[in-house]
Each structure stands twice: as C-alpha cells, then as structure tokens.
Design a protein around this ligand. Structure first.
Ligand code: ATR
Length: 278
C-alpha cells in the first residue's frame, strides 16, 4: 500500500482526504493507495514525519501550521519551495525527504487565462500572499502587493522584487481599477458563511475595497473558502468579474501534489465533486 496523508493542526475539517480519495478511486488506484488526515502538534511534527516514513508512507501534504517546518526538515527542495520559504507537499523515499510547493502552480492553474503581462494585486503579506506573489511574478505578471501592516508588504515586495501599492488617501478605498487580477491572500473572510459580518460590508472594508470597485474585466481570486461565497467573491460576481474561489485553488494544488506522488494525470472533476459535496 502506498500511503499518503495530510498533516496539520487542526486537521479534522480538511477536505484533502475526501478530494484525494475520490481521485484515487476515479483512477482505480484505491487498492494500492490511501490518503488520511493526521493531526500533529508543532512539537511533534518532525518526529511524526519520521514515524510516517518508518510506517511506509510515501508522501504527505502539509498545512497550517507546518509549512515552514516541512521545508526545514527536507533533504531536498524544489526551487519554488525554496523561494517561497514553505512546502505543502513532501515526498518520502529511501534517499530522504523532498519538499515541493504546489500552492504556487495551483494558483496559476486555477486562473482562467495566462497571467503573463497582466497587472496583479495581491492582498496580504503572510505565507499565502508570498506564494501567490511569487507564482504570479514567475508567470510573468506585473505584481503589486498591499497589506494592512505596510511594513510586512514592503518586506515581501523587496524580497520578491515586486512593488507595493501606493497608499490611498485617508478613508478612500484602494485604487484597483487598473488591475486585471486581484488575489485575496489574507485571512479576511474566513469567518463568513456563519456570521453576519460579511453582509454588513465589514470584510470588504477590512480589505480596503469598495463593493463598487470591481469591473467585468477583472479576475478575482479569493483563497478563503467556506460553505458560502465570501463577501469578496459575492461583490466581484455582482459586478460581472470572473471569480475563482478558494476551493478551485485547493483542487489545483491538490492536483499538482497528486501528480508528483502518483505520476498520473489528476482527475479534476472527481476532485471538485468530492469537495463540493463535503
Ligand atoms: P498565512 O501565512 O496563512 O497567509 P498570516 O501570516 O497569518 O497567514 O497572514 C494573514 C494575513 O491576513 C496578513 O496579511 C494579515 O495582515 P497583517 O500583516 O496586517 O496582520 C491579514 N489580515 C488578517 N486579518 C486582517 C484584517 N482584519 N484586516 C486586514 N488584514 C488582515
């Protein structure tokens, strides 16, 4: 049996086991491969990975809060994992642990068109923003970042050689009209779906956006996902923008991991159907 897992804390709500199990089943691989969720605390992460290897696991997705630690423990890492400073995909072999980052190619694959030459605004300055900015810049987009804490945006921009958005006048929303692509890589919107917060317009305000700022020629990606649309995707859809939700990005990063481990073409429709029915 080729064993796979997703490791995180908390992990019980992860959609990855359902998504990967559906993919294995769709390809008739479920007898030779398995994929489960494993909860490990930061203190136990490194020794836990060692135990999985001893038990014959061949790979693992890694999620919050272990993506930096995953890169740190690897013997070998892809250029993307090194540049982003984080790994979400580990592959185990007798030679050691290999770290990849499929969040970056996953984002690019989820876009409706090639971002080369397009103007992209990335909101946020954490790990998700870093992976997004690196991926888009590498794909040839002209990347600008913005973050509530400007210093963090400036640090990220300097490292990745992208620009920081000029601050708007006090109280004014961000000037987004000139962007072809907007990526929300902050955690704003995470609580939506079960709160009245979004409906009151507070999430858009936290992001520095105005509901009437979107246009039908924009692509808006929200890495946040949940049961309901986020306020950002709802406002963008209402304006006729092309919306890519966080579930599609989740499917695409999972698909890239799946390809690395199994060498098979990932069955995207089966993966989408599995997470949308969870
Ligand atoms: P991750 O590594 O998963 O991307 P993170 O490092 O915690 O997560 O980053 C969360 C991002 O969401 C940050 O850019 C954060 O902005 P700050 O750097 O100013 O903290 C942003 N964020 C979280 N809550 C926010 C809010 N209420 N308004 C605006 N930005 C927010």
């Amino acid at each position: 049996m080729n064993r796979l897992a997703v490791i995180g804390q908390p992990i019980s709500h992860s959609l990855s086991p359902a998504m990967h199990t559906a993919a294995l089943r769709a390809l008739g691989l479920e007898r030779e491969w398995s994929y489960v969720a494993i909860e490990l605390s930061p203190e136990r992460f490194s020794s836990g990975v060692g135990e999985l290897r001893e038990r014959g696991y061949v790979g693992a997705n890694v999620t919050v809060p272990h993506k930096l630690a995953a890169l740190a423990l690897a013997d070998d890492a892809s250029a993307s994992a090194r540049a982003i400073g984080a790994s979400n995909t580990l592959t185990f072999s007798p030679a050691g642990v290999r770290a990849d980052n499929t969040d970056a190619p996953g984002l690019i694959a989820a876009l409706p068109h090639d971002p080369s030459g397009r103007r992209a605004l990335v909101l946020g300055a954490g790990g998700a923003a870093r992976a997004s900015a690196w991926a888009l810049a590498g794909a040839g987009a002209e990347v600008v970042v913005h973050n509530r804490t400007r210093r963090r945006a400036a640090e990220l921009a300097a490292e990745l050689e992208v620009r920081v958005l000029d601050p708007p006048e006090a109280g004014a929303p961000l000037a987004i009209a000139d962007f072809d692509l907007l990526v929300n890589a902050t955690s704003v919107g995470l609580a939506i779906g079960n709160s009245a917060r979004g409906r009151a317009g507070l999430d858009l305000k936290d992001l520095g956006l105005a509901a009437d700022g979107f246009s039908d020629r924009m692509v808006v990606v929200d890495l946040v996902y949940g049961a309901a649309p986020t306020e950002l995707t709802a406002a963008a859809s209402a304006a006729g923008a092309t919306v890519v939700d966080g579930l599609e990005v989740l499917v695409r990063q999972g698909a890239e991991s799946f390809r690395i481990w199994t060498g098979s073409e990932p069955p995207l429709e089966a993966m989408r159907a599995a997470i949308r029915s969870e």
